[in-house]
Every structure is written in structure tokens, then in C-alpha cells.
Design a protein around this ligand. Structure first.
Ligand code: UDP
Length: 309
């Protein structure tokens, strides 16, 4: 397959590029480099099956030649970015999704959307199955991401229903691993960097809010299975390794051997209190099971950040 991959220089996008190339596919990575980094794809320079195009896919674009799959992975995903670059976040979910789907129509290509557990907002029950419609504040500080991704899902299903696009939708839960941005502001890079520098670990609020952390290699294995499937309904991809943020801070301190203290700052507005995916659909229909334990994934992530520093 020849795959056009937006966000191909980002954290997950660059790992997906590696995976696709390892399976013998060709990749055209399209990235604005607003949050992506050429460093993430530096090792692919010179690979004849890999091309990089610097372009903001919220502006219309075309790609020469055959395209078999369009994978729309471009978007900032850190709540810090929702404040710093809100319009880029909105456009990545809206205009860019439309542009990617138009490309899929023009090329007769299949399509996959990277959506998010944020479509569930601050969920009223847990774990969250795909059938849950969510509890989203439509105009709060996270809305630029949440509503753009909900729009992206609606757009994808409209192209599927009315323009026959062979589409798939992933709902990623918290995913971590090497190549996350050091200054991205999310909990994994923040805590790991604070711990490695023996600086205070900053918990927003009392730390009782939960997240379920999935290691990137496991998560992308499921993405590839979904690409090969003909499932059009959204699929949660994440793990059941739910931890409170306080437990997560303690795990980071243990893995890094840090002497950092834990401090509490103001809670973030509209911060989801409990997040854990119901992964029955991925299990039953894709035969997928995540295998990496949190401590094991953290070791690899810590090593990456250690080398960066
Ligand atoms: N968080 C925190 N300290 C930080 C960064 C994040 O306590 O320095 C918390 C945040 O409030 C949230 C959780 O960690 O409850 C996960 O935040 P993240 O920014 O990684 O993404 P989210 O899952 O909220 O989209």
C-alpha cells in the first residue's frame, strides 16, 4: 500500500510510519511541523519508500500518484496546546479532516481517523464503551479539541455514508512512549522530566483523577489491525491499566529513582475525573490484547528522555 499519513512527524505518526514501512508499505508523511519534529523521522531519510512533505493539511492538498490509504493523525493533543494554539487544534480536526477525506475520495483510497477518548469529555461512568455519547463542555477550554474531534468523527461517517469512503475511526486513550515532545505539557513528559531533574512533580488538583496508560507499540499494533479490518464504527484503543495521577507520579519516581517531592497545583478546568476504555470491541473483533506493563513502558520512555537531556 501507499499510505498518506498526516502528522507523520509527530509522536504517534512517526511510530506508525515505522510500522508501515516495516510491513513493506510506502509512506508519504505530511506534517506542518507545528508540533511534529523532523528529528522523529530523521532515521527514515534516504529510505526510498518514505517521503516527507511539509504542509499544513488544514489547507487543501493533493498527492501525485496512487494512494491506497489516507491516515489522518495530524493534531496537537496536549491540553497545554489547546491554550497555546487553539485555532490549529480546531483546524486539524475540522478543515484537515475534510481535506484528507477529499483526498481519499479523489484517489479511491481507504481512510482512518485518529480520534480520541476526549469525545467522551468528563465521563459519567467507567469504563467507557464506544456506545457512550459523552459528557463534553461545548465551549470550555478543552472544547477546541473535543468538539473538533467530534466534528471529525461526524465528517468521517458522513463521507462513509454518503460518499462511500471505506473509513475507520480510532479513539485513542492516553498513549505514551519515546518521541513525545519534552515540553508538550502532558503528564508523561512533565512527570518524567521533573523526576529526572529531581524537581517537584506537579500534580494538578488532588491527584485522584485517573488515566489508563497505553504504550505506543501495543497501541499501534491495534491501529494496524484496524487498518486491515473492515470495521467502520469507532474503536477504543487503550489499556485497562488505570492509575490515579498520584499513583502515576509514584510510579515515575520509582522507575527514575528520583528524589523529587510531589506538589499539588490548582486543578485543571474540566479535567476528566476518570478515564478508562472498555476495549471489548478491539479484543473481540480485532483479536487484540495490550501486553506492555506500565513500569516496562515507562522504563523505555524514561531512557528516551534521559538521552534527549
Ligand atoms: N496532569 C498533572 N500534572 C501535569 C500534567 C498533567 O497532574 O504536570 C494531570 C492532568 O490534570 C490530567 C492528567 O494528568 O488529570 C492527564 O493529563 P494530560 O495533560 O496528560 O492529558 P489528558 O489525559 O488530560 O488529555
Amino acid at each position: 500500500m501507499r499510505v498518506v499519513l498526516t502528522g507523520g512527524a509527530g509522536f504517534l505518526g512517526s511510530h506508525l510510519a515505522d510500522l508501515l514501512l516495516s510491513k513493506g508499505h510506502e509512506v508519504v508523511a505530511v506534517d506542518s511541523l507545528i508540533t511534529g519534529s523532523e528529528q522523529n523521522i530523521a532515521h527514515l531519510r534516504g529510505n526510498s519508500k518514505f517521503e516527507f512533505v511539509k504542509h499544513d493539511c488544514s489547507l487543501p492538498f493533493s498527492v501525485d500518484g496512487q494512494v491506497d490509504f489516507v491516515a489522518h493523525f495530524a493534531s496537537a493533543a496536549s491540553p497545554d496546546d489547546f491554550k497555546k494554539i487553539p485555532f490549529d487544534v480546531l483546524r486539524a480536526g475540522s478543515y484537515a479532516t475534510d481535506n484528507c477525506l477529499e483526498l481519499a475520495v479523489a484517489k479511491g483510497a481507504k481512510f482512518i481517523l485518529a480520534s480520541t477518548s476526549e469525545v467522551y469529555g468528563d465521563p459519567q461512568f467507567s469504563p467507557q464503551p464506544e456506545s457512550y455519547w459523552g459528557n463534553v463542555n461545548p465551549n470550555g477550554p478543552r472544547s477546541v479539541y473535543d468538539e473538533a474531534k467530534r466534528f471529525a468523527e461526524a465528517t468521517t461517517m458522513a463521507y462513509h455514508r454518503f460518499k462511500d469512503v471505506d473509513s475507520r475511526i480510532i479513539r485513542f486513550f492516553n498513549t505514551y512512549g519515546p518521541r513525545m515532545r519534552l515540553d508538550d505539557g502532558r503528564v508523561v513528559p512533565n512527570f518524567v522530566n521533573q523526576a529526572l531533574r529531581n524537581q517537584p512533580i506537579t500534580i494538578y488538583g488532588d491527584g485522584s483523577q485517573t488515566r489508563s496508560f497505553g504504550y505506543c507499540a501495543d497501541i499501534l499494533d491495534c491501529v494496524y489491525r484496524l487498518m486491515e479490518s473492515d470495521l467502520h464504527d469507532p474503536v477504543n484503543i487503550g489499556t485497562e491499566q488505570e492509575r490515579t495521577i498520584l499513583q502515576f507520579a509514584e510510579a515515575v519516581i520509582k522507575v527514575t529513582g528520583s528524589s523529587s517531592e510531589i506538589i499539588h497545583l490548582d486543578a485543571a478546568i474540566d479535567d476528566p475525573k476518570q478515564r478508562r476504555p472498555d476495549i471489548t470491541r478491539a479484543r473481540n473483533l480485532l483479536g487484540w490484547e495490550p501486553t506492555t506493563q506500565l513500569e516496562e513502558g515507562l522504563e523505555k520512555t524514561v531512557q528516551y528522555f534521559r538521552e534527549l537531556m
